[in-house]
Design a protein around this ligand. Structure first.
Ligand code: MN
Length: 418
């Protein structure tokens, strides 16, 4: 399938991130007005909430867009998702007779602020990239014990904090925390000196579940995907993570891109997970291709400086898909909710410059990487980190919008009283 042409001319450029094929879901505000649901098309956002108000978009069980988040649509399930997409394709397609009715509801992207696209119910983060797990395991535990014995059998995860999730553009404050002291000395409480990113993809759960679901059922529950930066304080993490996993190291912030790219838009880019090193138990086996071919990159811009792309990789490097992770998440009977967010785990490729964290790129700070005007081992104050994702189709591209955040200096000691 090639580019689906639209009467919104800017959407027809072969490298534009928001062609008619994409139709990603976001929430925008313009001037001081209240946030509203919108869909990106070319250089504009289409005010779909207004279309629903005017009766141009009639959905079963509606209104579904009378709240400034996509959760009601997400909860309505795959038939409604397909209906929204079909109707938008009809209204925005080249030669549509409805152009005159729809055009007044287009707002230039340059004039809007983008908000959280959905209300995050709960947030789970995984550790499902083979190269990342091997790299980090080697640094933390040595090459012999790099991969934990369970790793090839289940997607390892931990329960994160929904309250930490923020939209792209939100500044991130360097955290304080407890870190290991020198041998036999007390630990220290200080601002993190090894603050880092994790390049991930976030899966957004649409339809809820009760009880265990299969991998195929899990795939059908996923509404779409966002880019996700799991900000990580490595010094805090190294001290706290055993035996229950990350805690405060990952609780400062988690940034997501402002657009949910729907599963329908990603369909042409499906691909299989890499070959299994050991067979999975039947309930975790992939019934069809469940990953996506999404080219990813990370940019770092020092304050007042120019951006350097520090990593390039692809989501297809993951060992487990989001559908496998979601299926595993439900095996205990754990109910999943509309708005649950699942982080893929850091996406690293085999090459040195395909690593999705500074911890790996600088090999624990031992091999600082070159950036514009200097070097980096970990994030310095004022640095802006941006994640980007693109699927390259036949004459068109699918973009996610930037997932960006600037790191601000730590505040003074939060416990010191004058
Ligand atoms: Mn992570």
């Amino acid at each position: 399938m090639g580019l689906i042409r639209s009467w919104v001319e800017s959407a027809n450029a072969p490298d534009h991130p928001f062609p008619l094929n994409n139709l990603p879901c976001g929430v925008f505000s313009r001037h001081e007005a209240k946030p509203r649901c919108g869909v990106a098309i070319g250089d504009c956002v289409l005010d779909v909430a207004a279309l629903e108000e005017r009766g141009l978009l009639v959905l079963p069980g509606g209104p579904l867009m009378d709240v400034p988040v996509w959760n009601k649509v997400m909860q309505a399930g795959p038939q409604v998702w397909a209906a929204v997409r079909a109707r938008l394709l009809e209204m925005l397609g080249e030669g549509s007779g409805e152009r005159a009715a729809v055009e007044p509801h287009l707002v230039p992207l340059a004039e809007v602020a983008l908000q959280m696209p959905f209300l995050v119910s709960e947030y789970t983060d995984f550790y499902a990239g083979r190269h990342h797990a091997t790299n980090v395991g080697t640094m933390f535990r040595g090459a012999e014990n790099a991969l934990p014995p369970n790793w090839l059998h289940i997607p390892i995860g931990y329960n994160g904090r929904a309250s930490s999730v923020v939209v792209s553009g939100t500044a991130v404050r360097r955290p304080w925390g407890q870190v290991k002291g020198p041998d036999h000395a007390l630990p220290a409480f200080q601002p993190s000196r090894r603050f880092d990113i994790e390049l991930e993809l976030g899966a957004v759960v649409g339809t809820p579940s009760v009880g265990p679901v299969t991998v195929a059922e899990a795939d059908a529950m996923i509404f779409g995907y966002v880019l996700l930066n799991d900000w990580s304080a490595r010094d805090i993490q190294a001290w706290e993570y055993q035996p229950l996993g990350p805690f405060q190291a990952k609780a400062t912030a988690t940034t997501i891109s402002p657009w949910i790219v729907t599963r329908a838009a990603l369909e042409p880019f499906r691909c299989s997970t890499p070959p299994r090193e050991v067979p999975l138990l039947p309930h975790l086996q992939e019934p069809g291709p469940m990953l996506y071919d999404i080219a990813l990159e990370v940019g770092l811009t020092p304050e007042g400086g120019r951006e350097t792309v520090i990593a390039r990789t692809n989501y297809r490097e993951m060992y487990y898909s989001a559908a496998q992770q979601l299926a595993h998440h439900t095996t205990s009977g754990c109910p999943m909710r509309t708005g649950d967010l699942l982080g893929s785990g850091t996406i690293s490729g085999p090459a040195k410059d395909a690593r999705g964290s500074l911890l790996e790129l600088s090999w624990g700070g031992k091999e600082p990487i070159a950036i514009d005007g200097g070097t980096r081992s970990f994030i310095e104050d004022g640095d802006t980190l941006v994640l980007r994702g693109t699927c390259l189709g036949d004459g068109y591209a699918i973009g996610f919008g930037a997932c960006s955040g600037q790191v601000l200096p730590a505040l003074p000691d939060p416990y010191r009283r004058p």
